[in-house]
Ligand binder design. Structure first.
Ligand SMILES: [Ca+2]
Ligand SMILES: [Ca+2]
Ligand SMILES: [Ca+2]
Ligand SMILES: [Zn+2]
Length: 758
């Protein structure tokens, strides 16, 4: 089955919400931008570092390190988590992470432990039974307890301890609690809750019907994700996945469990797409999987407990599976399955809220649906008073806007206030221009936000540096480090992260990195220009690297032309014939310049000859191209040979919703004939012979020059020729845009692009 059109059923005069579903076999998406052997490089670089036992690890002679599965993120970053043992005993708080860049160079380490272990004895004074008795006393009702294991507890002064897990209930509901007991004194050193309680809303998603990926077996359909291991939506009464004879689900009424599951699975699949597209993460657990979601908890609550998500109801009996509630609970699962486990010291709920809000922004639903915001559970009617948390002004709902030393020991949901406020300032700033509310700071500073996507990327990469010693103070250091790792050569993101922490009163830490814009400013070269005497000119230039904003200047411009110092656009009317050598300079906010030089001919004919595209065969990599320049590379080893040379641009090929583009602008003198030629190869996993699901468009500004799709698949390259003479007397803003739908890959491979004048 490969359905894409929505089904809408009308019954009893009322419109009943149904769902549009895609039922697929396991797709095998290709990854055109993966760097060969990057994983191997990263793992061996980390192993080399660890083997050298640097001081940062606080390694004793009796420590043994065990690498865990490496985690890939965007921008070529890799994170290799490690666990530690001491004389054969597991070390709680012995964990650390090694981060590496796209070339396999070690960027740094993140280490939980701050003292070297040196125990006088590994013989416990407190018995195993006594430790288990103490652990049981931490819950009001105990269902089971795991046998206590001897460990070293190394958060603080390393201590011999017993570790066990008790399952049962406490005052807040279900509990699965790790308890660590001092093996010398019998005191509780630390507890760690694994059941994450949340709250929710009963909002519907729009537009209806919503699209779900489901599974079919024989003639029975089920609400089981076909691409994510272990993710389904079930009735909590019997833990049975909803199934039926057709692929239509729910009735639009939130008191129906099946409808609750429609919204829950939709939320999970939306969040999963965000993890893939924004963060490069493979599923909720990082290994392509997640947990069953069970609708029907008889409580005004929702929770994640390490093996499932349970969804309860509001006082009107509506199941509370809204985007932000479900994404929050699954956010706890992501936290649980990143290095260091569930975040501590008052940060766990803020971590989950970040995923809840970001998922709403990724979904970006229209009005009438769950319109993106920075409120948590805004349509909940639990007590009839709207949202349960406010990220731009936490104090509006009774939580703290600013961090202080009492926050880590406060109630976990209230403790989310300062962190939520930090995320809002990082994403939106103090005075957003997109209609979001203003936000005050605790130090009267003003901040320009980076946008939700960059903010989440920074936060998630900080989570990949997380250790078991997590706290607000540690997150400050980790997010600053993540901003540097993600945006090398730029301090804009780093400075915004820092300003946002300062703005909520999380103090500077001695471990905080510093940023100086060591990266160079690069001006993308527009190529040699030709203009007819008396013609008007509009040539926008762009720069990257360093610290924005840039200040622009130019030397050698033809008479009548000038450059805007703020935007970098050259404009005016070329009045005098001749050839000039132009150098444009962009200077970043730290005073670092970048330049580009080209010639500019002004004349009566403009010269109707020659080829205008720079690096049209991509053999100089991304030079002269803008857009998804990661699509440009040597893809021969991945089955995509170039047409000429070894480089080409490979757009799409993921089998998930994806848009990639490359662009280059050239000026075409007035009166010239101009011909665009390029070689195009298309392969696809789509089998349809009638529907264009995945498309490549070739455009000049808003004008479409050519359009291709999965229907044009062919084994080799095909030469395409398009007359672009209509651009004469101005700029040809050439752009190739590949757009994929949610399943079945289509690859558009482009090479040897030329614009020839005659
Ligand atoms: Ca919300
Ligand atoms: Ca080539
Ligand atoms: Ca497709
Ligand atoms: Zn929570």
């Amino acid at each position: 089955m490969h359905l894409r059109r929505p089904f809408v059923l009308a019954a009893s005069g009322a419109l009943i919400a149904a769902v549009c579903t895609t039922t697929t076999a396991q797709a095998q998406p290709t990854t055109p931008n993966a760097v060969p052997d990057a994983q191997t490089l990263a793992v061996s670089a980390a192993a080399g570092l660890v083997a050298s036992r640097p001081a940062a690890l606080h390694a004793s002679a009796d420590d043994v390190f065990l690498a865990q599965k490496a985690i890939s993120a965007t921008n070529g970053l890799k994170y290799i988590p490690y666990e530690r043992s001491y004389k054969g005993l597991a070390v709680v708080g012995g964990d650390f992470v090694v981060a590496t860049d796209s070339t396999g160079q070690v960027l740094g380490t993140s280490v939980a432990q701050d003292q070297t272990i040196n125990l006088a004895t590994t013989t416990a004074k407190v018995s195993k039974d006594a430790a288990e008795t103490t652990a049981r006393q931490q819950l009001s009702a105990v269902e089971s307890i795991s046998p206590a294991q001897q460990v070293v507890y190394a958060l603080g002064t390393p201590t011999l301890a017993w570790k066990t897990t008790v399952v049962g209930r406490d005052a807040e509901g279900p509990s699965r609690l790790d308890v660590i007991v001092d093996a010398a004194t019998g005191k509780v050193l630390r507890t760690q809750e694994h059941v994450m309680n949340g709250d929710g809303t009963s909002a519907y998603n729009r537009p209806n019907p919503v699209h779900l990926d489901t599974t079919v077996s024989g003639s029975t359909y089920s609400l089981k994700d076909p691409n994510l291991t272990n993710v389904s939506c079930q009735d909590a009464a019997n833990n049975t996945t909803f199934s039926g004879p057709d692929d239509l689900w729910g009735n639009g009424n939130a008191t129906s469990r099946e409808t609750g599951c429609v919204d829950a699975l939709f939320a999970a699949q939306t969040e999963k797409k965000m993890l893939t597209q924004w963060l490069g993460r493979n599923g909720f657990d990082g290994s392509g999987g997640g947990w069953p979601i069970r609708v029907g908890l008889n409580d005004q609550n929702a929770y994640y407990d390490g093996s499932q998500v349970q969804i309860g109801k509001n006082t009107a009996g509506q199941w509370i599976s809204s985007l932000d509630v479900v994404a929050h609970e699954l956010g706890h699962g992501i936290d649980d399955h990143t290095p260091g486990g569930i975040s501590g010291a008052g940060t766990q709920e803020f971590v989950a809220d970040v995923f809840g809000a970001s998922t709403e922004w990724f979904a970006n639903e229209p009005s009438g649906g769950d319109v993106p915001d920075f409120l948590v559970g805004e349509t909940i009617n639990l007590v009839g008073s709207g949202p349960i948390r406010n990220m731009y002004n936490p104090s509006a709902l009774g939580d703290k806007n600013c961090y202080d030393s009492s926050v880590p020991n406060g109630e976990v949901h209230a403790a989310a206030g300062p962190g939520n406020h930090w995320f809002y300032l990082l994403a939106e700033g103090t005075n957003p221009t997109n209609g979001q509310p203003t936000s005050t700071t605790c130090n009267s500073s003003t901040i320009t936000g980076l946008g939700v996507q960059s903010a989440l990327k920074i936060f998630y990469n900080a989570m990949l540096l997380k250790t078991s010693s997590s706290s607000y103070l540690k997150y400050r250091t980790w997010t600053l480090t993540a901003a540097k790792n993600l945006f090398p050569g730029s301090c804009t993101e780093f400075n915004t992260v820092k300003a946002a922490w300062d703005a909520i009163s999380v103090p500077a830490q001695s471990a905080d990195p510093t940023c100086s814009a060591t990266g160079t400013v690069t001006v993308s070269n527009p190529g040699n220009q030709s203009t007819v005497t008396g013609a008007s000119v509009n040539l926008p230039l762009s720069a990257s690297g360093g610290t924005a904003p840039y200040t622009w200047s130019a030397t050698g411009l033809p008479a009548g032309l000038s450059i805007s110092s703020s935007t970098g656009t050259i404009s005016g009317t070329a009045t005098t014939a001749g050839t000039s050598n132009v150098t444009v300079t962009a200077t970043d906010s730290a005073g670092k310049p970048g330049t580009a030089s080209f010639s500019w001919t002004v004349g009566t004919t403009g010269g109707c000859s020659g080829q205008k595209i720079a690096n049209g065969g991509f053999e100089s990599g991304a030079t002269s191209w803008t857009g998804t320049t990661g699509s440009i590379g040597q893809w021969g080893s991945q089955g995509q040979a170039a047409h000429g040379g070894t480089y080409s641009s490979w757009l799409d090929g993921y089998g998930t919703t994806h848009t990639e583009s490359i662009a280059q602008s050239v000026s075409i003198p007035a009166g010239c004939h101009a011909s665009l030629t390029f070689y195009l190869h298309i392969d696809t996993a789509e089998t349809t012979t009638s529907t264009a699901y995945d498309k490549l468009t070739v455009t000049n500004g808003s004008a479409t020059l050519g359009s291709y799709s999965n229907l044009n698949k062919a084994s080799g390259y095909v030469l395409k020729t398009i007359d672009v003479s209509s651009a004469a007397g101005g700029t040809l803003a050439l752009k190739f845009t590949g757009t994929e739908d949610s399943s079945l890959q289509t690859s558009f491979v482009i090479d040897d692009v030329a614009v020839t004048l005659s």
